[in-house]
Ligand binder design. Structure first.
Ligand SMILES: *Cc1c(COP(=O)(O)O)cnc(C)c1O
Length: 381
């Protein structure tokens, strides 16, 4: 019998590993670096914490079931996951990537992968013809974020997966913004799902983590070999925090979404707000594709105000909403992509993507929506 999504958040599809006898409801934190061997040439299945840990394994089981994958590998941060994944490629390999990516991913590609001989072409992946045109003989990977950060553009994952198959390259999708609660890229044809668990999965703005979820044995083995080699594993306590966070993913995501939609609609009617980007709004260019491939639109929105002065004023006068990086937690945060998340993106490219001095990004938390709107109202007055 398959369980429904909100049950899977708490129990996964199957049984947890039966390695402890107290009946503890909360999965224990195995805070150990190494494990004793029962005899020469024998192992309990656990040898050393870089390779195995029961708490981390339990978390990986839940995430695999949520993403409909075969295996999940947990990392110490989202960037650790992305950087280990990129190590699977060779000098000379070419990647087609979404042009409005998370700033840290762009920095990783530029400072590390390009230095090591990889090549990147950035395109608007919501434009299928542009993706097809960017493919070269040496293209090995299409790397997509949908919705994008911060401009909330939507890429048709199924259509891109067909392009990837046709050209024998992998498709990786960063699913941080929607989580498996609203979107399952593996079901839509992706080969690998990337997560910053720091955001909605953990959900409380209190630790970092990352995942790679695969649906092939071969990819999973290569990634496990890579994390064993490079070592950025998720610590047992952090694994437990994320495990606990995911238990409430379903109720949090529903509330994030409800609040975000109400705020997006409210912002649209404010005289100092110029444009609102939220795929849940029917006039958003990606609304139809999002409605087809996702079961919800999430809690992130971006808007433009009428001037740099207004943007600075809002950031300095919001009270309940805090001016901070990051996203996906219970607390509402507002980010200034121009000087924060996208500070390292070349200016011309940043502006071409619609990020300038008037762009504000909001991670809508799960506070009372009237209190959030009142805070925005006084900051925009
Ligand atoms: C935050 C984020 C990352 C990086 O994750 P960290 O946990 O901060 O290392 C990657 N992708 C997206 C979409 C993110 O929002």
């Amino acid at each position: 019998m398959a369980y429904q999504l909100d049950t899977v958040c708490i129990h996964g599809q199957g049984q947890r590993e039966n390695i402890e006898t107290t009946g503890a409801i909360s999965f224990p934190i195995y805070q150990t670096a190494a494990y004793a061997h029962p005899g020469v040439g024998q192992s309990t299945g656990y040898d050393y914490n870089r390779v195995q840990n029961p708490t981390r394994k339990e978390l990986e089981r839940i995430v695999t079931d949520l993403e409909h994958g075969l295996d999940t590998i947990a990392f110490s941060s989202g960037m650790a996951a992305i950087s280990a994944f990129m190590e699977l490629f060779q000098p000379g390999d070419h990647v087609v990537a979404t042009d409005d990516l998370y700033g840290g991913a762009i920095r990783q590609f530029r400072l590390v992968n390009e230095k090591n001989g990889m090549q990147f072409t950035y395109v608007d992946t919501s434009d299928l013809a542009a993706v097809e045109a960017a493919i070269q003989d040496n293209t090995k990977l299409i790397y997509v974020e949908t919705p994008t950060n911060p401009m909330m553009q939507i890429t048709d994952i199924r259509a891109i997966s067909e392009i990837a198959k046709k050209h024998h390259c992998l498709l990786a999708v960063d699913n941080t913004f929607l989580t498996p609660y609203f979107q399952n890229p593996l079901d839509l044809g992706a080969d690998i799902v990337i997560h910053s668990a720091t955001k909605y999965l953990e959900g409380h703005n209190d630790t970092l983590g990352g995942f790679l979820v695969t649906k092939s044995e071969e990819l999973s083995e290569r990634i496990r070999e890579m994390i064993k080699t490079t070592g950025a594993v998720l610590a047992p306590f952090d694994a437990w925090l994320i495990l606990r966070g995911i238990k409430t993913l379903s109720v949090r995501m529903e509330k994030h979404q409800e609040n975000a939609l109400a705020i997006a609609k409210w912002l649209k009617n404010q005289p100092k707000v110029k444009d609102v980007y939220y795929a849940g709004l029917e006039d958003h260019p990606g609304h139809k594709v999002a409605a087809k491939q996702c079961s919800g639109f999430g809690g992130m929105l971006t808007f433009h105000v009428d001037s740099q002065e207004t943007a600075h004023h809002v950031l300095e006068t919001i009270k309940l909403i805090q001016f901070a990086e990051s996203l996906g937690g219970t607390e509402s945060l507002m980010t200034y992509p121009f000087t924060q998340t996208h500070a390292d993106v070349p200016d011309e490219k940043r502006r071409a993507n619609g990020i300038d001095e008037t762009t504000l990004r909001m991670s809508v938390g799960i506070e009372n929506v009237d209190d959030l709107i009142k805070d925005l109202e006084q900051a925009l007055a």
